[in-house]
Design a protein. Structure first.
Length: 73
């Protein structure tokens, strides 16, 4: 199978993909924390309920992703 142009024609590297996925999850966790802090400070009052629901769903999704990325014990 030919390598995709999306990754510059390089062959997939599962170890590198796992690292970049873990980094993505960490960045999303930081973004979620920032959003939560903004909501706690009273930003976007008209969107508070929707953003709070989004923050909770994102938290659940990130927990599931973290569980799948962690090696089985």
């Amino acid at each position: 199978m030919q390598a995709s142009s999306v990754n510059g024609g390089q062959q997939p590297n599962p170890a590198q993909d796992a690292t970049s996925t873990a980094e993505l999850v960490e960045q999303l966790q930081r973004d979620r924390l920032w959003l939560l802090q903004q909501l706690d400070q009273g930003r976007w009052p008209e969107l508070r309920l929707d953003l709070a629901a989004l923050e909770r769903e994102l938290g659940q999704l990130l927990e599931q992703a973290q569980e799948r990325l962690s090696p089985s014990s």
